[in-house]
Design a binder for this molecule. Structure first.
Ligand SMILES: Nc1ncnc2c1ncn2[C@@H]1O[C@H](COP(=O)(O)OP(=O)(O)OP(=O)(O)O)[C@@H](O)[C@H]1O
Ligand SMILES: [Mg+2]
Length: 393
């Protein structure tokens, strides 16, 4: 058998319509579109997203759809290499540059000449190294550690981070100029919990590839198992989903998996966090859910108004002797109802909605799932409203 060459690997991986990136959510469709647009260029790309959302997959798709695809892409994990040796790894060193540098060595920038260099976890790169990377981006040249001449290279940079780099810049941990330079093209991969519509496709893809590779017969997941997966929080995102599927298929020996079986493999934090935050699939549309919420607010308001009227009525018409426990303050400004109504504060629907949501949250001790049920809206909508109104415990 002929040994696998880089060119073969690249050809096999070449443009499929989905670019190897499974998903039908608007976010993933947008990511695919951006990859198609920027891959043929030399522009640097910054990929942001939580761990396991597919950043490396996107970096590969960019490289493999670029004119550089016949050369190997090099990857440096800036977070995994100790600070002291990162520069010599990136830029190489001259013999005698430091103790132990017994011979000269090329760094990744030289190795990746004519190709793509994937700088993973760039948010962990020390500030002093960032200056040098910026220089390569701008001047296309650098010096080896201990060297005295500039070396010119043609390297396309793709960088990734699971940090919020803009925040890192604000906190002084990342250089603004390098950030701007990298941010020319930014690809953001949202967490899996924000795109549950991708889950059935991902499951199908992972099941098929895993079973074919390992010659496993698998009877499949039931609908409620799939719906369960769509409702989880997935802190480790797509990687976690992939691992779960593979584990379940192997340990359950290929038998049909329903929600009950699946839940034994689901870690507590995926469920607990989910019940605090997001998303429970709902059959209602956002419009429908919001309409229902407004009706509820109005009904509640009507009942509150009736209670107020009854209270005022009883205060006005009841003899004081019949209200022994009342604090005196409440008894003093006894006015006819007609006088009270015009002064009544008119609230906007937003204010009423906010109050109602707060009420539901307090009643359920801030359990978002229960509060959402009480309000008859999805947890996702509730979560959005909490953010919108900046509600806090
Ligand atoms: N949209 C997707 N379609 C198919 N597979 C995916 C998708 N997203 C992620 N994966 C798979 O999930 C796993 C994790 O993806 P990847 O390594 O690219 O994540 P990452 O964002 O680089 O994570 P980390 O920050 O931990 O390095 C890989 O096996 C990858 O192939
Ligand atoms: Mg990665």
């Amino acid at each position: 058998m002929i040994a696998d060459s880089t060119a073969d690997t690249a050809r096999r991986a070449l443009p499929s319509s989905d670019l190897g990136l499974i998903g039908r959510s608007p976010a993933i469709q947008q990511v695919r579109e951006t990859i198609r647009q920027v891959a043929p260029t030399d522009l640097p790309v910054l990929i942001e997203g939580e761990s396991g959302t597919g950043k490396e997959l996107v970096a590969r798709a960019i490289h493999e759809n670029s004119p550089r695809r016949n050369k190997q892409m090099f990857t440096v994990n800036c977070g995994a290499i100790p600070e002291g040796i990162l520069e010599s790894e990136l830029f190489g060193h001259q013999r005698g540059a430091f103790t132990g540098a017994v011979e000269s060595r090329k760094g990744y920038f030289e190795l990746a000449d004519g190709s793509t260099l994937f700088l993973d976890e760039i948010g962990d790169m020390p500030l002093s190294t960032q200056v040098k990377v910026l220089r390569v981006l701008e001047q296309k040249e650098f010096m080896r550690v201990g060297g005295s001449t500039y070396i010119r290279v043609d390297v396309r940079i793709v960088a990734a981070t699971n940090k919020n780099l803009a925040q890192e810049v604000r906190d002084g941990r990342f250089r603004q100029d390098l950030y701007y330079r990298l941010n020319a093209v930014r690809i953001y991969l949202p967490p899996l919990r924000e795109r549950p519509e991708d889950i059935p496709l991902l499951v199908d893809y992972f099941v098929r590839t895993f079973c074919v590779q390992n010659h496993i017969e698998f009877e499949g997941f039931t609908r409620d198992a799939l719906e369960y997966m769509e409702s989880l929080y997935w802190p480790g995102n797509v990687r976690e989903l992939k691992n779960l599927i593979q584990t379940v298929i192997v340990l359950e020996k290929g038998r049909r998996i329903d929600r009950q079986i699946l839940s034994r493999y689901v870690e507590d934090q995926w469920v607990e966090v989910e019940s605090q935050f997001l998303p429970v699939p709902t059959k209602k549309s956002v419009d429908q859910a919001e309409r229902e919420l407004i009706y509820r607010v109005l009904l509640e308001l009507k009942s509150d108004m009736n209670q107020i009227k009854q209270l005022l009525f009883s205060q006005y018409f009841s003899p004081r002797s019949l209200q022994p426990g009342r604090p005196p303050g409440l008894l003093q400004p006894v006015q006819p109802i007609e006088d009270v109504e015009p002064e009544e504060e008119i609230k906007t629907l937003e204010e009423m909605e906010k109050e109602l949501i707060l009420k539901a949250l307090k009643k359920t001790n801030w359990s978002k799932r229960k509060a959402a049920q009480l309000l008859g809206i999805s947890e996702r909508t509730l979560y959005r409203k909490i953010n919108e109104y900046h509600l806090q415990k």
